[in-house]
Design a protein around this ligand. Structure first.
Ligand SMILES: Nc1ncnc2c1ncn2[C@@H]1O[C@H](COP(=O)(O)OP(=O)(O)OP(=O)(O)O)[C@@H](O)[C@H]1O
Length: 763
């Protein structure tokens, strides 16, 4: 239903965007055999629709385009194909193709034909439409030379259009190197490395749409997962796949991938650093093993109303036998209970003693069976078995570990005391952080599911969660800053965590009529048919372990840029990230053209890239704006002073650009001041204020970076953060640089290619 609606909606956004004129197979003319000299510029003619005519498209299912042409009509010169967002056939009895889906092999020449390799293409037409009206037409005549870049004018128009804050699809202007990645046959892990603005995100999403088209049946059942770095980014890219008619995709951040848990608590940088390390896998394995190690004390229970001592050594022996089976902790719980019951039954039998004449036990095997059955039902015995080998949920395990210094010391001897301190939370957590989620997932894997018939720890935990949520509310009240940046939020969150668990339980009990993507969202053990990871360079080793579990078939597209890695635990190289999971069985594709930045801004960014890694080559920009990026002095270097100045400049840019988006990117420490300053502007509502790390993956028409030197100084990978900040604008870049009064006009350290703007200048 949703998929059908999305397909119909796509009719309104450029349904038909291209036409191909193909030579006959037998044609041996110049365009079929290799065409003109590659150095010749294309014969691109732009025909903005001064007299707009209805698009050469059709209402869905109504039959023919209004031009009366069909998608593959034969012309005198050869064949003519119309390319669009989806495939349409006429209801003429012969299902004549009207429009060819951009993903079909027959559409491919539209994206890859060049002057050197025109294949059979004689001419290519780019059609722009709004609603059902044609608003622009560009023709490329391959018989007189073709462009290096597909559809120069159409592309340029797309690249220079004002940004809306939502990414749009690029299906009318996909470039050849991008098309190659989108249609790559590789079934395993494909890494797409490329500098900022090379279209990695766009390519990854179009690849997802392509795979859904070519492997529709399998992927409709197993669903596709697209992982992004944060909710802002997910909402930025959220329109792209629906605009391509695809809805069977789950968009999520890593911390949304553990059903029933919502990461709402802020994590300290030190905590994130400890929790993301691979060492945590061992810590958790040790923590699980620790819960299968009975305490060194005897227990006394009542059997037949008589006390019976259960020695610690007996419990330890049973636990060792259970561990030796290699079963996962929860799966082993029934065995522990069975062996305990057997051992206790022998002790009961011993009470009756042996026959004084022949020394044989007084009880028969049948008597013993009866005793075992009774003991298995006995509340004391059950409670003892549960206490010695408790079935555990991942949240219970992690909460128990964090809460106890002794348990942390036992499970994490390799961590330093300071690292263990970042894990320790004396109060049981009522809200989890993003870094906890991969640990919960690891714990779930180690513990295994709770076996049927075992006491449901979730029941007990739910009651416990309610209690903890109440406690957390009280704690939140007492120590507001300790909880999160927003204490009010923390209060609600504790309550919401409880609601989430209940909602999830209800949802799982429902008859399952949901789409695969929705069912996948509620199932930790779901195996996705394909996983796309954007900004993949940022993920910690523990996050990678979670993602790899979601895709046992390792059919993945990972896109990112090592030079933009900002997270201290992020990827130093793709080899380092992938070796533990797929060895050398992955492929690298590189994108080399920068579609976002004008050449003038790209030059400034390239200078920073050289400082990050002299061996890296910046992607080549395809256009120039004729405008130099600028810097301005800020004489008041206090946070409030810088923020106010930045906000005022942003407001001026905003006024000069009624359509389009302006962003103020500030060092993290200046975020509160900058938000206040922009909030105080009369019309500052749509100026976006972000720190560089959160701006990763986004883009704006105008970007103002406040205090670039502080951006660099504030984090271990500060240069990478600055590189990210400088590579967000599509049109203009300005920098605000604290400079004492009277100081010489020196631009921010290490930056070249900037011009100084002074008050009164336009810039
Ligand atoms: N072939 C194309 N046609 C039109 N626009 C394109 C094309 N390729 C990329 N773009 C545009 O260029 C911009 C940058 O693309 P995208 O965000 O995918 O780059 P990226 O490589 O993911 O960048 P970053 O590393 O900064 O996240 C987007 O606005 C995108 O729509």
């Amino acid at each position: 239903m949703a998929a059908g609606l999305a397909r119909l909606d796509s009719v309104e956004s450029g349904l038909c965007f291209g036409r191909l004129d193909l030579a006959d197979d037998t044609d041996t003319g110049p365009s079929a055999t290799g065409g003109p000299r590659a150095t010749e510029r294309p014969a691109v003619t732009e025909r903005p629709a001064a007299t707009e005519k209805p698009a050469g498209t059709t209402e869905h299912g109504s039959g023919r385009p209004t031009t009366g042409e069909t998608a593959t009509e034969s012309t005198r010169a050869g064949e003519r194909r119309y390319i669009g967002r989806l495939g349409l056939r006429a209801d003429d009895g012969e299902f004549t193709p009207l429009l060819i889906d951009w993903r079909a092999p027959a559409a491919r020449p539209f994206y890859v034909a060049t002057a050197l390799h025109p294949d059979r293409v004689r001419g290519r037409r780019h059609i722009r439409s709004r609603g059902r009206r044609v608003t622009g037409v560009w023709d490329e005549d391959f018989s007189s030379g073709a462009s290096e870049v597909n559809g120069d004018a159409a592309l340029l128009e797309a690249l220079t259009a004002a940004r809306t804050g939502r990414m749009s699809d690029i299906v009318p202007t996909i470039q050849a190197e991008q098309d190659e990645v989108i249609r790559a046959h590789h079934a395993g892990v494909l890494v797409v490395q490329g500098g900022p603005g090379t279209g990695k995100t766009a390519v990854a999403l179009h690849r997802a749409a392509y795979l859904l088209y070519t492997r529709r049946e399998r992927l409709a059942r197993s669903a596709v997962l697209v992982v992004g770095p944060n909710p802002t980014f997910l909402s930025y890219i959220g329109d792209v796949l629906p605009s391509l008619g695809e809805t069977g995709v789950l968009l999520a951040t890593v911390d949304q991938l553990f059903p029933g848990v919502t990461a709402r608590r802020a994590e300290s940088p030190a905590g994130a650093l400890t929790k993301g390390r691979l060492a945590m896998a061992e810590v958790l394995a040790a923590a699980v093993a620790d819960r299968g190690r009975p305490p060194a004390e005897d227990h006394v229970i009542l059997v037949d109303r008589r006390p019976m001592t259960v020695p610690a050594a007996l419990c330890t022996r049973i636990a060792e036998r259970v561990r030796d089976t290699g079963l996962r902790h929860n799966e082993a719980a029934p065995l522990f209970r069975k062996l305990l019951v057997e051992a206790l039954a022998e002790r009961v039998a011993a009470r009756y003693g042996r026959d004084v004449f022949d020394g044989e036990p007084l009880l028969t095997e049948a008597d013993l069976d009866g005793i075992r059955a009774e003991l298995a039902e006995d509340a004391d015995v059950t409670a003892l078995a549960d206490a010695l080998w408790p079935t555990l949920t991942p949240t219970a395990l992690l909460a128990g570990l964090y809460a106890s210094e002794e348990r942390l010391a036992a499970a994490a001897p390799a961590l330093s005391a300071a690292e263990r301190a970042t894990l320790h939370r004396p109060e049981a957590p009522a809200a989890w952080t993003a870094s906890d989620v991969p640990l919960l997932d690891e714990a779930a894997e180690l513990l295994g599911p709770v076996p049927p018939g075992a006491p449901d720890p979730a029941e007990a935990e739910r009651a416990e969660e309610v209690r903890l949520a109440r406690e957390a509310l009280e704690v939140a009240y007492g120590s507001r800053e300790a909880q999160s940046e927003n204490a009010d939020e923390a209060e609600e969150l504790a309550a919401w965590d409880v609601v989430d668990a209940e909602t999830l339980a209800e949802r799982q009990a429902e008859a399952d009529t949901r789409s695969a993507a929705l069912r996948a969202a509620a199932d930790r053990t779901w195996a996705f048919g394909h996983v796309v990871v954007d900004e993949a360079q940022e993920l910690s080793p523990m996050a990678w372990r979670l993602l790899m579990r979601r895709c046992p078939a390792r059919s993945m597209t990972l896109v990112g840029d090592i030079a933009q890695t900002g997270d201290p635990l992020g990827a130093p190289s793709w080899e380092a990230v992938l070796a533990p999971h797929v060895g050398e069985r992955w492929r690298l594709a590189e994108l080399s053209v920068n579609y976002r930045l004008p050449a003038e801004i790209a030059e400034v960014a390239a200078g920073v890239l050289t400082r990050i890694d002299p061996a890296r080559r910046a992607p080549r920009a395809v256009r120039s704006s004729g405008e130099r990026p600028w810097w301005r002095r800020a004489e008041d270097a206090t946070p409030a002073g810088l923020a106010a100045r930045g906000a005022a400049l942003a407001a001026a840019e905003r006024a000069a650009l009624p359509e389009g988006r302006v962003a103020l990117l500030v060092p993290r420490s200046l975020l509160p001041a900058a938000r206040r300053a922009v909030g105080a502007l009369a019309d500052g509502g749509d100026v976006v204020v972000l720190d560089p790390a959160t701006a990763k993956g986004l883009e704006f028409d105008v970007v103002l970076v406040v205090d670039p030197e502080r951006v660099v100084a504030e984090s271990p990978r500060g240069l990478n953060d600055l590189y990210v900040a400088l590579t967000r604008p599509t049109h203009r870049l300005g920098l605000l640089h604290p400079t004492p009064p009277g100081a010489p006009p020196t631009p921010p350290a290490g930056l070249t290619g900037l011009t100084e703007a002074r008050d009164g200048d336009g810039g």
